[in-house]
Ligand binder design. Structure first.
Ligand code: 5GP
Length: 175
């Protein structure tokens, strides 16, 4: 696999965003670097190219940055997983717990045909709650999870442990 480790230098950490005490990993500084962005998409493409992917699902909003570029390279379709009330046709909905309160995600009911092989992508794996909810949506619709992909994984939060039976691939790891 491609070694993305040097790309860490292009990620900016912002203390106390969006709330006091939180250290935010800002990928915009990496995205705007043409070599950095290309290397990330190349790495994702290399990893999934032989895994027979039919669809790439991107989680709103930062999954939308990587998903379409991956889908293009994998000769797959792209499906948006969206915040509530954005999608126009009938949806499946999942609600999941946050630190305070809850959040929901939706997908069009006809977005996945049973048996289609799906990769789900988001920018960052923290606790894993967001991705776990999306995995549930895909399974509800009868999709097969070929893998879940992240640009950044915060290893110390052990989000990966929520996916004992799913292949988890992250380009960059923080301990
Ligand atoms: P989780 O559900 O794994 O706890 O949180 C991951 C979700 O929150 C992802 O959708 C991700 O975009 C967002 N997120 C949480 N912390 C960060 C961060 O430090 N940087 C970025 N870019 N996104 C974050």
């Amino acid at each position: 696999p491609i070694n993305c480790e040097p790309l860490k230098q292009l990620i900016r950490t912002v203390p106390d965003f969006p709330k006091p005490g939180i250290l935010f990993y800002d990928i915009t500084t990496l995205l705007k670097d043409k070599a950095g962005f290309a290397q990330m998409i190349d790495a994702f493409a290399a990893y999934y190219i032989d895994k027979h992917v039919d669809l790439v699902l991107g989680i709103e909003a930062r999954g939308f940055i990587f998903g379409p570029a991956m889908a293009y390279r994998l000769n797959a379709g792209f499906v948006p997983v969206r915040k509530p009330k954005k999608l126009p046709a009938p949806v499946a909905k999942v609600t999941y717990d946050l630190e305070y309160g809850s959040d929901s995600l939706e997908i069009h009911l006809d977005a996945i045909q049973p048996g289609q092989r799906v990769v789900i992508v988001d920018d960052l794996l923290a606790t894993g709650g967001t991705m776990q909810a999306t995995v549930q949506l895909v399974r509800q619709l009868g999709g097969e999870i070929a893998g879940v992909a992240f640009a950044v994984e915060l290893d110390f939060l052990k989000g990966r442990d929520k996916f004992p039976d799913v292949d988890v691939y992250s380009l960059l790891h923080y301990n």
